[in-house]
Design a protein around this ligand. Structure first.
Ligand SMILES: Nc1ncnc2c1ncn2[C@@H]1O[C@H](COP(=O)(O)OP(=O)(O)OP(=O)(O)O)[C@@H](O)[C@H]1O
Ligand SMILES: [Mg+2]
Length: 262
C-alpha cells in the first residue's frame, strides 16, 4: 500500500462548496485522498460534514468546483459501471420486478451476459454470494430491510465493479442484522477483491471493516482531518487487543462536544 501503482482513485485538491442565501458552506476544502486497489476505506464523520458529498464526487454524480477526481489516472466525468453505489435507503430495487429480475435487468442494459438465461445465471451466482438465493422469485415488498440491502449488494456486484461505494448501507438496520451484514460484506470483499469505500457514522463498524479510516471534521470544517491506518489484524471483533486505543483515537478526532454538533 502507498505505492502509486496501487492507487485506484485519487482526489487532488478537491473543493466543493454550497451557496445558501448569503452564506457559503465549504464542504470539501482542498481535499487530497488516495484510495488503494482492493482496500476497504471508511469515511467517518458527524452528520452534515460532507461524507455523501465526497462519495458523490467519486461516483461521478457530481463534480468538484476545483481540483480533480481520478480513477486509474483518468478524470471521472460521469457515473460508470466500474464504480457502483449502494445507498442507505431500502427502496433501491424496482418494486415491480422480482429479486432476480432486479439483478438481471442491469446486466441486460449493460449487455453483460449474451442471453437472458446467461444473465439469470450470473444473477443467481450473486444471489448465492449474498446468501439470498432462496428469495430469487420474491418481490421487494416481501423482503426485510436486511434482505433488500443484500439484494442491492448483489445487483451492484453482478456488474463486476472495481469499486463499491456504500453510503451508510447498514445505517437503517437493527443492531443484529447490521452485524450479520458486516460479516457478509467482509466475505464478499474477500471473494471478489472489490475496493470498498464505506461511509459510516459508526466507529465500531469502521474499525471492524476497514483497512483505513478517513475521519472528517464537523460540518463546515472542510473535510478530512486525518486518515488512520487500522493496525488491528483480521478477523476483528470489538474488544480485541488494541481495539480501544483505535476507538479512542477516532473518538477524540471526532471532537464530539455537544456545541460542535449541528
Ligand atoms: N445540494 C445541496 N445544496 C446545498 N447544501 C447542501 C447540498 N447538499 C449538501 N448540502 C450541505 O452540505 C453539507 C454536507 O452534506 P452531506 O450530505 O455531504 O453530509 P453527510 O456527511 O453525508 O451527512 P449525513 O451524515 O447526515 O448523511 C450539509 O451541511 C448539507 O446541508
Ligand atoms: Mg450522507
Amino acid at each position: 500500500m502507498g505505492n502509486d501503482l496501487n492507487v485506484t482513485i485519487r482526489l487532488k485538491s478537491v473543493s466543493k462548496y454550497y451557496h445558501r442565501s448569503n452564506e457559503t458552506l465549504s464542504v470539501l476544502d482542498n481535499i487530497d485522498l488516495d484510495i488503494y486497489q482492493g482496500e476497504v476505506l471508511s469515511i467517518l464523520g458527524p452528520s452534515g460534514c460532507g461524507k455523501t458529498t465526497l462519495l458523490r464526487q467519486i461516483a461521478g454524480f457530481d463534480h468538484p468546483h476545483s481540483g480533480s477526481v481520478l480513477m486509474d489516472g483518468q478524470e471521472i466525468m460521469k457515473p460508470e459501471v466500474k464504480r457502483m453505489m449502494i445507498f442507505q435507503d431500502f427502496n433501491q430495487l424496482f418494486p415491480w420486478k422480482t429479486v432476480i429480475q432486479n439483478i438481471a435487468y442491469p446486466l441486460q442494459i449493460n449487455r453483460i451476459g449474451d442471453s437472458g438465461a446467461a444473465n439469470r445465471e450470473i444473477a443467481l451466482n450473486y444471489l448465492n454470494l449474498v446468501e439470498l438465493s432462496g428469495f430469487a422469485d420474491s418481490y421487494p415488498h416481501q423482503l426485510s430491510g436486511g434482505m433488500k440491502q443484500k439484494a442491492a449488494m448483489a445487483r451492484a456486484l453482478a456488474l463486476n465493479p472495481r469499486v463499491l461505494l456504500m453510503d451508510e448501507p447498514f445505517g437503517s438496520l437493527d443492531a443484529l442484522t447490521r452485524l450479520s451484514l458486516q460479516n457478509l460484506l467482509l466475505k464478499v470483499w474477500l471473494e471478489t477483491g472489490v475496493t470498498i469505500v464505506l461511509v459510516t457514522h459508526d466507529i465500531q463498524e469502521a474499525i471492524i471493516l476497514s483497512d483505513r479510516i478517513a475521519v472528517m471534521g464537523r460540518r463546515g470544517s472542510g473535510g478530512i482531518k486525518k486518515v488512520i491506518l487500522n493496525p488491528l489484524p483480521r478477523p476483528r471483533t470489538a474488544g480485541v487487543e488494541g481495539y480501544s486505543e483505535v476507538y479512542d483515537q477516532i473518538y477524540s478526532l471526532l471532537d464530539l462536544n455537544s456545541e460542535n454538533i449541528s
